[in-house]
Design a protein around this ligand. Sequence first.
Ligand code: SF4
Length: 465
Amino acid sequence: MSKTLFDKVWDAHVVRKIEGGPDVLFIDRHLIHEVTSPVAFLGLKSRGIKVLYPERTFATADHNTPTINQHLPVSDPLSANQLKALETNSNEYGISHWGLGHQKNGIVHVVGPEYGITQPGSTIVCGDSHTSTHGAFGAIAFGIGTSEVEMVLSTQCIMQPKPKKMRINVTGSLGRGVTPKDVALFIISKLTTSGATGYFVEYAGEVFEKMSMEGRMTVCNLSIEMGARGGMIAPDETTINYVKGREFSPKGEAWDRAMEYWKTLKTDEDAVFDKELTFDGSSIEPMITYGTNPGMGMGISNPIPDAEQVEGGVATYEKSLKYMGFSEGQTMVGKKVDYVFVGSCTNGRIEDFRAFASIVKGKKKAENVTAWLVPGSHIVEAQIKEEGLLDIFNEAGFTLRQPGCSACLAMNDDKIPAGKYAVSTSNRNFEGRQGPGARTMLASPLVAAAAAVTGVVTDPRTLIQ
Ligand code: SF4
C-alpha cells in the first residue's frame, strides 16, 4: 500500500497498537532542558525508576540562561535552581549534560541538529513545542508535556494517537528578500493558528527542495504555530550533506545502513493525504505580524486588514490591535521600532546572521534601537566570528551576545520593556511573550536588519544592493 513519508516513519516506530486507542511509539532521541524536566525527574525518584536509555537522552540549558557574562554565577535564584537541577539530575542518571558554559551548550533545537543527534527517519521528542524543528530532517519530532517527559525517560516510549496528514506544497521560486521565515509566516497567515490542528504536515515543492537545512528548520519550527502536531520535509542530498560527519551521526557500516533506510523516506506517488494545499512561492512578500498571534501576519507593504476580513471574532481582533497600538488600514512600514531581536530556535542559525549582515554591512545601527543578536549555539557564535560577520556587526554598532533562548520568552534577563516595540525573529508574539506589556512584531532576519538600521519598520527589499 502506498504510504506518505509520515506513515513510513511512524509505522517503523510503533511498538504496540492499542485497539481503539493511541499507538505506543518508540522514541529514538529525547532532548531535555531545565524548564520541563525537573518535575519529571521528581516523578522518577518518587517511584524509584531509572532512565531506561540515558544514552538516547541529551540535556542542554537554554531557556533560563543569561546571554551575557555567562562565566558569572546566575543571579536570578529561580533560574539558578532550574539550571542546577538539570545538572544534578543529568549526572545522577548518566545523561549527557551541556550546561551553561559547556562548549556544546545552546538552544536545544539548534544543538540537536548541529551534533547529529537529529537524524532522518527518527522519532524525537522534547518538552518544548518547537521540537517540530527537527522535522526538517524527515524525522517525526514533536513537543511533549512534563508527564510525558517522565514517561519517555522511564520507558523510551510514548502513547500517541496518530494525527491526520496534510501536505503543503509551495511551488516556483521565492522573490528577492523573501526568506524561509516569510514562507512560514505566509502559510500561517493563510491557515490561521488553528488551521492545521490535528494534522502532521509534510512540506513539499520546489521552494522547499531548493531550501537550505537552516531554512527548512525555520519552516518546520513554525509548524506548531498553525496548530500542527509537527512538520516534516523528505530527506534529500541537502539533508545527507548536513548530517554527514557530525559527532552523533552514524559512521562506517552504520552510515551505509542508515543511507539505505533514508533513501526510502519519501512519500509514494499515489499516497493519500487528508488535506492538501498549494501556494505559489512567487506571490510571497517579506512578512511581518501586526497582532498578538503568529497568524496575524501580512506582506510588509499591505495595510492591516479590517476585522471583517479575518477569522476569530471582531472583539478579539480589536483587543489584539489595541494591545499593539495599531489600527485597521494602517501600513506597518514606517512604524517606530525600539528593540530588534535576532535569535531563537527559529532564526538563531548562521544563515540568519549572514542575512542580517548582508543588510547592515556598511551602515550604522539606528540610535533609537536596542539590538540583541543572540546566536543559537557556540558553533553559530564561532561561525559568526570566523566568517567576519562580527566585524561587520561591530563596525555598524552592534554587539553579539552569548547563546541562549534570550528574548524569545520572558524567562531570563532579556525582556522587552512594557509598551516597547520589538521586531523579533522568534516564533511567538503573544501578549507578554517577550516581557509584560511588550509588543512583538515577528519577521525575518532581513526585516529585523532593515529595522535595526533605519529605526522603523522597513521593507528590506529597499536596502538590498
Ligand atoms: S528559542 Fe524560544 S521556542 Fe525555541 S526552545 Fe527557546 S524558548 Fe522555546
